[in-house]
Design a protein around this ligand. Structure first.
Ligand code: MN
Length: 372
């Protein structure tokens, strides 16, 4: 059962905010019970460039003005040249290190990032209507198959795609990746980590890689942060606590092969989960749909995941992940206020339950599965 050191279990509730352009006011987020920190980033600088200190200072000031902590950045994006291992990566890696130093100097403790080639998160629908009339993000295999980024006649795009690429540029970059093996991507990730993690250690920042979403290869492009075996391999690339993960339950949970409860317990016990994205998904024969956070609404046992974190000494930031659009709200798919606030309240309840449970009836040791 991990390190069993529940006296040091602690979660800081956080909430993603897309900066001054976000339709959700910071003050509203601060009104959610138990809210501790804002998860945000500098959005007006091209990927790979250094973030101006003034932009970081402005973000910090606006977050702290509503009484919340500016301690988590999501994301500092990784330039494609780093993932592709091009000679030009040196400059982008140095910029990345400088961004780590700059956010650390502003008080940031945790940086989330991902290493997905080109497409980042991918869904085929951003407003799929559920039976209760709410809308949600969904991924259906037959729709994904119909979108071929190499087919110049196809004008279809998917919502996670970077709109800054022209179709010709996208085609070229996809072709570069299609020549790349998974092993080459691993080499490029290792090269990157060996240069940024020492800076993170020096500046006391926890780096938290986000799993690939969905956690499988799409369009023939390599994806490597997808399951337990690969997370084990990732953590050993640079085996220090500052090289950790964002446990995204929805990203891992969209494959039925991933035992998310086990992974939560195992990596928490290792002290390597610095950030958790809590979200429920419903697994379907042809893909998945994001659902309300409540366990009963999807395929994941959210209580068991929170319990695994708590029982194994989790000490970090948790945020509700995507929410549905409910109560007539419109805005950025997945990132409205209402359903994420419901998610936050639910996560508070789960955490209170798991943290007080030990004070009540002592359950037999084998009542819950042990994960080590
Ligand atoms: Mn996530």
């Amino acid at each position: 059962m991990g390190n069993n050191d529940t006296t040091h279990s602690d979660m800081k509730l956080s909430f993603r905010w897309y900066g001054p352009e976000d339709a959700v006011p910071l003050q509203y987020i601060a009104q959610i019970p138990g809210m501790n920190a804002i998860v945000t980033a500098v959005y007006d600088v091209p990927v790979g460039e250094v973030w101006p200190k003034e932009s970081i200072a402005r973000l910090k000031a606006s977050v702290e003005a509503v009484g919340l902590a500016f301690e988590v950045v999501e994301s500092i994006p990784v330039h494609e040249d780093i993932k592709l291992g091009l000679d030009t990566r040196e400059r982008y890696i140095e910029n990345y290190c400088e961004n780590i130093r700059r956010v650390a100097e502003a008080g940031v403790k945790c940086v989330c990032y991902n290493f997905m080639p080109v497409f980042d998160w991918t869904r085929t629908e951003t407003a799929h209507v559920l039976p209760d009339g709410s809308t949600t993000l969904a991924y259906y295999e037959e729709q994904a198959k119909a979108v071929n980024p190499l087919d110049s006649d196809s004008d279809l795009t998917l919502p996670g795609w970077d709109a800054s690429y022209s179709r010709a540029e996208l085609k070229q970059i996809v072709e570069q990746y299609q020549k790349m093996s998974e092993e080459m991507l691993w080499d490029n990730l290792k090269y990157f980590l060996e240069r940024i993690i020492p800076v993170a250690v020096e500046y006391n920042v926890n780096m938290a890689i986000h799993e690939d979403d969905p956690c499988w290869s799409i369009f023939g492009l390599p994806r490597i942060i997808t399951d337990e075996e690969k997370l084990d391999r990732f953590l050993k690339l640079v085996d220090v606590p500052n090289n950790g993960i964002t446990l995204c339950t929805g990203s891992l949970g969209c494959s039925g092969k991933n035992d998310v409860v086990k992974m939560a317990g195992k990596y928490a016990a290792m002290g390597r989960i610095h950030f958790a994205h809590m979200r429920n998904v419903a697994l379907l024969p042809n893909g998945f749909e994001e659902r309300a956070h409540l366990s009963a609404c999807g395929s994941l046992d959210m209580f068991a995941i929170m319990r695994a974190l708590y029982d194994n000494g989790f000490h970090g930031y948790i945020r509700p992940d995507h929410g549905r659009m409910i109560w007539g709200e419109s805005g950025r798919p997945g990132y409205g206020l209402y359903d994420r606030a419901l998610g936050a309240a639910y996560l508070n309840g789960l955490w209170e339950a798991v943290s007080k449970q030990g004070q009540m009836t002592k359950l037999p040791d084998n009542f819950f599965k042990n994960y080590t």
